[in-house]
Write a protein that binds this ligand. Structure first.
Ligand code: NAG
Length: 447
């Protein structure tokens, strides 16, 4: 490079300033660029473009001294890059009825990737969901509930989440209906009174009250809020933020509506189409669940049935709380498993629309061979009789959700993909693969 006199150097310096300003303006106009400015491809792009222009327009004499190949290569990468919008993925694993079998539960959680080889939270899944009925029919009640709390704490440390549900058997035990309590299981608590204490004011009872719900709604994408964000949303605007004063953004209600149902519901029995408290979901169900559980745990514990008479629900139970526990309520309903396809597939869309979900996932009604998918994966029944009490198959449900940008950033187009599979100890069956295009701004950092 020739040696420049001070005047020329000054001229070059001032020549650069408007260019830098132009580049900044150009870039700042693009959404999302500011965080991405620190990412490697964007930095390279700016450096490449600035240098290129500087070398060709301001310092043409410098071009002939070096090869241009490096910069030309970079220029080609720039054309088709979508560097400023990042892809998103979320992995969910759900497991059904465990019924007192710790070894089988461990096996399932290990092949599903929830546990590592040391039996701790692996960090490989984002959400682990259990749909209730951990208690009864086996002896491992205590270690199973303790395992769930240990996993919940370990998961939270690395940004994972455990979602736990009360099944009809947890409720039966809270009521004093102990028909399925094995004598050997009772021994692990010591006495009847010790078991009653543990399930009310003790570690297990407190965990039920604090960390278990009867239903949940799990959004697939964080822009829809954290788990159990009520549907319909209280503030629609938090979900689809329209950038202020942007003329480029086009609101696509159809795509956004589809995104608004990008969620799953979990419940032990099933969400009956005629159950009265589906909305707002899952808030209404869980409020009733909390208040009924508190009444059960606070009453003087009735002597267990059998041999004593069935104690029933406590005095002061409201009609709505009673419906929560009846045959058409979310803990006992079996219609999604037992009714024929014509019936369930005609009913399912209405329930999905009401609960703001795409699929409903439940346990309770075992199929001893397979996880059962109905109506193209809108209904998924995951109880396969995992406990040795049933001798069914070991299984888990796995859902991989991804959202990946396509086209240029201004178009806001994404490909949304859900791969739902049934995992068994020796194989993986894909139940459904759904792919669709959605348009919108989806902030992955929302939490
Ligand atoms: C509920 O979960 C939280 C988070 O892991 C934990 O700190 C708390 O002890 C749990 N509650 C009970 C009663 O186990």
């Amino acid at each position: 490079m020739p040696i420049l006199n001070p005047t020329r150097r000054k001229a070059i310096f001032y020549g650069f300033l408007p260019l830098i300003a132009l580049y900044l303006l150009y870039n700042f106009k693009l959404r999302h660029l500011i965080p991405a400015i620190t990412t490697w491809p964007t930095q390279r792009r700016i450096v490449a473009d600035l240098s290129d222009i500087a070398r060709h327009r301001i310092m043409p004499w410098s071009v002939e001294h070096e090869s241009d190949e490096f910069w030309e290569d970079e220029g080609e990468h720039v054309e088709d890059s979508v560097a400023t919008r990042l892809p998103f993925s979320r992995h969910i694993v759900a497991v059904g009825d465990l019924h007192g079998d710790l070894p089988n539960a461990r096996k399932v959680l290990t092949f599903a990737g929830v546990l590592n080889e040391r039996g701790d939270w692996s960090g490989d899944v984002d959400f682990f969901v259990q749909t209730g009925d951990i208690i009864d029919r086996g002896d491992d009640t205590i270690p199973l509930f303790f395992l769930m709390e240990r996993l919940r704490a370990q998961a939270a440390e690395v940004g994972g989440t455990v979602l736990s549900h009360l099944g009809n058997h947890e409720w039966m035990n809270a009521i004093g209906d102990w028909r399925y309590v094995y004598p050997s299981e009772l021994k692990t608590f010591g006495t009847i009174a010790a078991r009653q204490r543990m399930l009310t004011t003790g570690r297990i009872g407190r965990a039920w009250a604090q960390n278990y719900t009867t239903a949940s709604r799990l959004p697939l994408h964080p822009s829809l809020g954290p788990p159990n964000t009520p549907y319909p949303p209280q503030h629609m605007s938090i979900n689809f933020q329209k950038e202020e004063s942007s003329t480029e953004f086009e609101y696509h209600p159809s795509s956004s509506d589809r995104m608004s149902h990008a969620a799953l519901s979990f419940v032990h029995g099933g969400l009956s189409p005629t159950y009265g408290n589906l909305s707002p979901f899952p808030t209404k169900i869980n409020e009733l669940s909390d208040s009924l559980l508190a009444k059960l745990q606070q009453r003087p514990q009735p002597p267990p049935h059998p041999p004593h008479p069935y104690p029933g629900l406590p005095h002061g139970t409201t009609p709505e709380e009673a419906h929560l526990y009846d045959a058409n309520g979310p803990l006992w309903y079996r219609g999604w498993a037992t009714e024929p396809d014509e019936v369930v597939c005609a009913q399912v869309n209405e329930v999905l629309a009401k609960t703001g979900t795409r699929r409903m996932i439940m346990g309770h009604t075992p199929d001893f061979h397979n996880i059962k998918s109905r109506c193209n994966g809108k209904i998924i029944i995951i109880d396969t009789g995992i406990s040795h009490a049933y001798g069914g198959v070991l299984s888990a449900l796995s859902i991989h959700y991804t959202l990946r940008p396509i086209g240029d950033d201004a178009s806001n187009r994404w490909i949304e993909r859900e791969v739902v599979s049934a995992l068994y100890h020796d194989r993986r069956d894909v139940i459904v693969t759904d792919e669709r295009e959605v348009v919108g701004e989806f902030d992955h950092d929302y939490s």
